[in-house]
Each structure stands twice: as structure tokens, then as C-alpha cells.
Design a protein around this ligand. Structure first.
Ligand code: GDP
Ligand code: MG
Length: 741
């Protein structure tokens, strides 16, 4: 700012070079004036301090006299040399206004060839109407809302003519401290003060602080505000008005001392002007200038003659000069600013992704979400947990690992608790305990950690998971399986000779496997919960836009997902019906092997029981001299075959058949449930829930459905539109700065 202070000889008519740089800044003001600090001159002060009068003196633009008309918004006046004399009036819309509002406001444009007070008043009235502020004739809208007293749009006045010098200055509404009934409110006071502050804070703004001479500048609020915005006071210039109203000698001296630089701390100093007063309404601007000249040639003001700081003519020279200097100095920096802002805007827009205001863009957007979701599904099913960083933090989303755990727990539970009564263990070799990485304790632990499907996280699953489990009466420990078989046998004995009906096996099997339903349903529900949870979280991860996600989830996916889960449950019910309630059947040779082993085991046991231990000489060549064996007498052998024919033997035989069949059946059932319900229905099958959100679904959405899901909501749309608008303004501005604009 230091440069700005030095005065350079003022050229009444700027050189062509200057003209072009000034024109460029004017174009920039039009394009990005509200977004980038441009070198500008702003007139601020209290209401009625004489701002508009000073502006009129600087630009020769006479505001309509009606005070109410021109102080409700900032007014930018640009003078420019053109062949034809003309005045153009338009409105620069407020940055925050909506696109529609901006378009409406930009439509306002009036061109005046000859400037008469009447024609100007008319244009101003129209402009007020467009800005939607209240006037003496219109204070409310038809719907009863009161119109605001102030507007943040800017009235732009271009004054062109052969005698004009390039110059732009902005008039801001005056600060006031008292509300006026029916016109201004308490809130308006603050609004205007903030507006003034905003205009003053730009580091490239020269502040012209207007103050009447009949008060001490030291007491003026406007200087305090200026000092907040410009702490070093290097870009604030004070202009004292109404010296003719400072009648007291003391007041006059205070004003003179300020102009002389003896008081105050402004680097740019104090100027003094005398405008036409309310009584001079009939006088022309020219007459007013003549009056002013005369006024300053008289005592005590004549003492200021050599300061070149008294009178509008001196102020005008100084101010224009300052502005031109400032523009020259700041111009190169503007380039940097514009380039930086442009790249920020572009990256902001980029971050928003492509626009979604038409079908193709919406479909592409959904497809992108869908693809990233499917990638997560693929990785989760293949246990490729390096595929996405989410798997590192969220172990609950390691889908296939969680499922394998559940499978193991299911299989273990079926082994340990599937049967109603333990089989008598002596006759059949003990079932090999399946060796697992984890101990049984570990597996119980995992079962506890596995989510409870009815924990309320997903209310949408309640209806599916809630079909209540059967209540099964506990069988007392004393109720041995052999006692049970004996009961069944006695109750259903026919005339069979040492045999029993197939229906009996079926009855016993149903009783023995009645726990299966609960265990299996519990397992499948847990798996459904895990799959559902995964889908929910994976969609959250793939679709960050909450509105789109809700629409997609509630409007389209949920119903299909529920259908898939119901399908899985109904397959469980079917498999239970076949295995548990159906006719026992197996072609598995394991059944016969097991049965024969059990039978021969019983025979061996009987022989062992009857016979006595003995040893005989071992054959030639064997390592041992004797071999152990069993010795039976003929009588004992006879007794043995007798034993095998009684009913006890039939019951043992029933037990062995049941045990052999149960084991085959259990293994088959566990496999089939895992394979069909979990693997096929829930994970890999044609209509599995993980497949529901796929590109085909996106393709098949109707235009309306697509719009409902993927259209951008209003705030996002607005933001994008604003960014696009700003970018195009900044691109234009960039062209201007580079010289091609
Ligand atoms: P603004 O509200 O700050 O824009 O002030 P205006 O320029 O509209 O002036 C307010 C009133 O003060 C008007 O009636 C002007 O005629 C009057 N006024 C402005 N400057 C002077 C001046 O230097 N001397 C006298 N006597 N009156 C002035
Ligand atoms: Mg005014």
C-alpha cells in the first residue's frame, strides 16, 4: 500500500495503456467482482453524511433526489469514455442467490439516452421492484410477507460519454443507529453495518470515509470500523462534507487541522468538499461547483488553498490517481489470485463427480456404485482381504471367513446336540472327533461372539427371522436310549417274527432328530444376518451419498433381499421336511458298514462274555511264542445262538440301525444345508442376495425410478451449478487478464 500514498502527476486523460488496464479491471469486476478482491473505491459513512453527494461530484452522476430510493443497496458507478452519451442500468445479483433468481435479476437492463430526473426515478423504482425491496408504495407481497428494506444485490450504473474519464466507485448504504417505524428494523441496522464492513475489508479497496464537518472526526464510528478493516490506516481516506454547516469557530478549526494533516492518523489524509445542500435542490451541478469554489476562497477555509485538499476537483484528481496506481500495482497479483481460485473451483467441482441431471449420467453414476459394491462382494467371497482397506478395519465384513466359522459351529453343534438321547456307545466304535484348528472351547466362544440375529440392528429382518422356534421338552438324563427303544418296541409290537417295521425306524428317527430344526434355523438366521449386514455396510461404503443410498436401499433393494432370505428359510423348511419327516432312505454303503460293524461287535462281545481267555502256541516263525484267544464249549456256543434270538436282540438291532442311519443322515443334512441354503441360496446361487444390486438391475430401472434414486438433491444441484457458473466466470476473467478477452 505504500506505493499508493505517493502522488504522481495526474493525467487528465489516461494513456491508452492505462485505459486498457482499467477496462480490464472493469470487465473483471463484472465477472468476478464479488469473488476476488479487485482494486476499487468504496464510499462509506453514516446515513445522510453526504456520500451520494460526493459520488455525484466524482462521477457527475446525479442520483434521484428522493432519498428513500437510492440507499438500500450498494451502487456501483462506472464512468467510461465512449463516443455516445448513454447511461446503462443493470443489477449484479448477489452471489448466494439461486440460479433462477440470478437469471431473473440479470434480465433487468435499462438504457437511457438522456438523463432526466423523472426517467432516472422511474428506472430506480423498477430496479427496486426487481430486487424485491420495500418502497413507499409496496411494503408486502400478496401473501403477506414483508419485503426487506435492504438488498445485497448491486445496482450497476454505467455512464458512458465522450467526456468521461475511466473511473469506478461504489456507494454503500449508510450506517444508521435508529430503526424507523415501518421502514427499517433492528436487524437492518446490523445487516447494513455488516455490509459496510464487508466492503471495507478487501485489502484492495480504497475506503472513502465520508463525515460531516460539524462533528469531530475523532468521535465518528465509521473511522473505527475503517480501522478494524485497515489497521494501519493506509488505504482509508476521509472526506469531510458540509463545511457550511460548521458554524462554530472551534468546529471549523478542527476540520481545518484535519485537512492540514495536524490531526488524525490517516496516511491518505483528510479532504474537504462542499456539496449542494437541501436548499440548493434547484441548482445544477455546475452551479454547485461554482458555489463550492467561492466557499473555499473565503475565510477561514481559504487557508487551505495550498493543500490541494479542499474542493471536489482536488478530491477527484487524487482519488482517480490513487485508483489507477493501485490497479497497476495489483494487476500482476490478480493473475495469481485468479489462477489459484480457478484451480480450487475446478478441484471442488471434480470432487462432486459428474453431474447427474440426465438419465445417462444417473445410470452411469449408479453403475459406478454398483461396480464398487460388486468388487467388495467378490473380494469378500474370495477372502481377498487385501482388495479393499475396509477389510483391514472391519473384520465383521470378512464375509466368507465369518460364514466358514458359522458352518463349523453348526456342524459341531449338530454333532454335540443334534440327537435327543445319546446312543449306547459300546457297540459302535466312537465317532472320530473332528479335528479343528480351534478347540471346542474356542468354537463355543465364537458362537457367543457371532451376532444375534434378533439384536434389533436390522428391524427389516425381524419378520423373516422371527418365525418362532419350536419348544422342545428336555429329555431327562435317566431316559436311556435303550429304555426308549424298549418302550417303542413294546408299544408297537405286531406279529413280526424277530423283525420290526420300517415305520418304527421312522418314528424313532424323528424323535432322535427333533433338535435339528432349531439348531439349523438358528444357524441359517445367523448367516442371513451376516450376509445382510455385509450388504448394508458394503453399500454404505460404495455409495457415500446418503440420500441416494436410502432411496436405493428402501425403494429397491430391501424388498428383493427379503425375498431372497425368505427363499433360503423356505428351503431349510423343505430340507427338514425331507430329512426329518420323510421316509428314511440311504444308498450310502457307510450305513451297512456301520450296521455290520455294530452287529459283529455285539457278537464278539457275547462270545467274550461267555468264553474264557486262553492262549495257544503260536505258529512257526512268529515273534511271540503264544497267542491269546477265547475258548468256547459246545454248550456255550448253543447258548449264544439262543441269546441272539430273543427280543432284547431285536431292540439292540433297532438301536444299531437307528444309530447308523442317524449318523449318515446327520452328515448328509449338515452338508446339504450348508451347500444348498448357505452356499447356493445366500452366497453363490442364481438369485442370491449379494447379486441383487447388479448392473442389470441398474439397466432395467425405468427413467422415473432412476430419477428417484440417483437425481441430485437440490442443495447439491445448487452447489454444482454455482461452481460451474463460477468456473466459467473465472475462465472468462483469466482470458481478460491474459489479454485475449
Ligand atoms: P447520503 O445519505 O450519505 O448519501 O447523503 P446525501 O448525499 O444524500 O446527502 C444528505 C443530505 O445532506 C442531502 O440533503 C444533501 O443535500 C445534504 N448535503 C450533502 N452534502 C452537503 C454539504 O456539503 N452541505 C450542505 N449544506 N448539505 C449537504
Ligand atoms: Mg446516499
Amino acid at each position: 500500500m505504500g506505493n499508493m500514498v505517493e502522488s504522481t502527476p495526474f493525467e487528465e486523460k489516461p494513456s491508452l495503456g492505462n485505459l486498457s488496464i482499467l477496462t480490464k479491471v472493469d470487465k473483471l469486476r463484472e465477472l468476478i467482482g464479488t469473488k476476488v478482491a479487485l482494486p476499487q473505491l468504496v464510499v462509506v459513512g453514516d446515513q445522510s453524511s453526504g456520500k451520494s453527494s460526493v459520488l455525484e461530484g466524482l462521477t457527475n452522476f446525479g442520483f434521484p433526489r428522493d432519498a428513500e430510493l437510492c440507499t438500500r443497496y450498494a451502487t456501483q458507478i462506472t464512468c467510461r469514455r465512449e463516443k455516445e452519451e448513454i447511461i446503462n442500468v443493470s443489477i449484479i445479483p448477489h452471489d448466494e442467490a439461486s440460479a433462477g433468481e440470478q437469471a431473473r435479476i440479470k434480465k433487468f437492463y435499462r438504457s437511457l439516452k438522456a438523463m432526466t430526473p423523472e426517467s432516472l426515478a422511474e428506472v430506480f423504482t423498477e430496479a427496486n421492484e426487481v430486487m424485491g425491496i420495500k418502497s413507499s408504495t409496496k411494503a408486502t407481497l400478496p401473501d403477506g410477507t414483508t419485503l426487506p428494506a435492504f438488498s445485497e444485490h448491486i445496482l450497476k450504473i454505467e455512464k458512458l460519454g465522450p467526456d468521461e474519464n475511466h473511473f469506478t466507485v461504489i456507494d454503500v448504504p449508510g450506517i444508521f443507529r435508529k430503526e424507523t417505524e415501518g421502514i427499517t428494523t433492528e436487524a437492518d441496522i446490523e445487516l447494513v453495518r455488516n455490509m459496510v464492513k464487508k466492503y471495507m475489508k478487501d485489502p484492495r479497496t480504497i475506503i472513502l470515509a465520508i463525515m460531516p464537518s460539524n462533528v469531530d472526526p475523532a468521535t465518528q464510528e465509521i473511522l473505527k470500523l475503517a480501522k478494524e478493516a485497515d489497521p494501519l490506516m493506509t488505504r482509508t481516506m476521509a472526506v469531510l462534507t458540509k463545511p457550511d454547516l460548521a458554524i462554530e469557530r472551534v468546529m471549523q478549526q478542527i476540520a481545518i487541522d484535519h485537512v492540514n494533516g495536524k490531526r488524525g492518523d490517516l496516511v491518505l489524509g483528510y479532504y474537504i468538499v462542499k456539496n449542494r445542500g437541501p436548499d440548493d435542490a434547484h441548482k445544477t451541478l455546475k452551479q454547485g461547483q461554482a458555489d463550492e469554489k467561492k466557499f473555499f476562497s473565503e475565510s477561514p477555509w481559504s487557508s487551505l488553498r495550498n493543500t490541494e485538499r479542499a474542493g471536489m476537483e482536488a478530491l477527484k484528481k487524487r482519488v482517480r490517481d490513487l485508483l489507477t496506481e493501485l490497479i497497476k500495482k495489483e494487476f500482476p497479483k490478480l493473475k495469481t489470485d485468479v489462477a489459484r481460485e480457478l484451480s480450487t473451483l475446478k478441484s471442488d467441482l471434480n470432487k462432486m463427480g459428474p453431474s447427474r441431471d440426465h438419465q445417462d449420467a444417473q445410470r452411469a453414476y449408479l453403475n459406478k456404485i454398483c461396480q464398487s459394491f460388486q468388487a467388495l462382494v467378490r473380494d469378500a467371497l474370495n477372502a481377498y482381504y487385501a482388495g479393499n482397506k475396509i477389510f483391514a478395519e472391519r473384520h465383521d465384513l470378512r464375509l466368507i471367513t465369518r460364514i466358514v466359522e458359522m458352518n463349523e459351529i453348526y456342524s459341531d453343534t449338530m454333532l454335540a446336540h443334534g440327537h435327543t438321547r445319546p446312543f449306547s456307545s459300546d457297540s459302535i466304535p466312537k465317532e472320530e472327533t473332528v479335528s479343528r484348528i480351534s478347540t471346542p472351547v474356542g468354537s463355543a466362544d465364537r458362537a457367543r461372539r457371532a451376532p444375534k440375529p434378533d439384536d434389533g440392528t436390522y428391524p427389516e429382518l425381524e419378520e423373516i427371522l422371527d418365525d418362532s422356534l419350536e419348544v422342545i421338552e428336555d429329555v431327562s438324563d435317566e431316559d436311556d436310549i435303550m429304555d426308549y427303544i424298549a418302550r417303542v418296541y413294546r408299544d408297537s409290537r405286531g406279529q413280526d417274527l424277530g423283525t420290526f417295521s420300517n415305520a418304527l425306524v421312522s418314528t424313532m428317527f424323528k424323535e432322535q432328530s427333533k433338535n435339528w430344526k432349531n439348531i439349523t434355523l438358528d444357524y441359517v438366521k445367523r448367516v442371513i444376518w451376516i450376509v445382510h449386514h455385509f450388504i448394508f455396510e458394503a453399500i454404505k461404503e460404495s455409495c457415500p451419498d446418503e440420500r441416494v443410498r436410502d432411496e436405493l436401499w428402501n425403494g429397491f433393494l430391501l424388498e428383493e433381499l427379503q425375498k431372497a432370505y425368505r427363499e433360503a428359510i423356505s428351503r431349510v423348511m423343505f430340507l427338514l421336511e425331507v430329512e426329518h419327516d420323510g421316509q428314511p432312505l440311504t444308498l450310502n454303503h457307510y450305513f451297512n458298514d456301520a450296521l455290520q460293524r455294530a452287529q459283529s461287535g455285539r457278537l464278539v462281545d457275547a462270545i467274550k462274555e461267555l468264553g474264557s481267555e486262553t492262549s495257544i502256541r503260536a505258529p512257526e516263525g512268529s515273534t511271540n511264542k503264544y497267542e491269546n484267544g477265547i475258548f468256547l464249549t459246545h454248550a456255550q456256543l448253543h447258548n449264544l445262538s439262543f441269546n441272539m434270538a430273543n427280543s432284547e436282540h431285536v431292540q439292540e438291532y433297532m438301536h444299531d440301525i437307528l444309530k447308523s442311519y442317524y449318523k449318515v443322515s446327520r452328515k448328509r443334512f449338515v452338508d446339504v444345508v450348508c451347500q444348498q441354503v448357505v452356499n447356493y441360496d445366500l452366497l453363490h446361487g442364481k438369485c442370491n442376495p449379494l447379486k441383487i444390486f447388479n448392473t442389470e438391475m441398474v439397466l432395467e430401472l425405468t427413467d422415473e425410478q432412476l430419477d428417484a434414486i440417483a437425481a441430485e438433491d437440490i442443495p447439491v444441484k445448487r452447489r454444482r451449478e454455482k461452481l460451474e457458473r463460477d468456473i466459467s466466470s473465472f475462465q472468462e476473467a483469466w482470458k481478460v487478464l491474459k489479454g485475449s478477452g
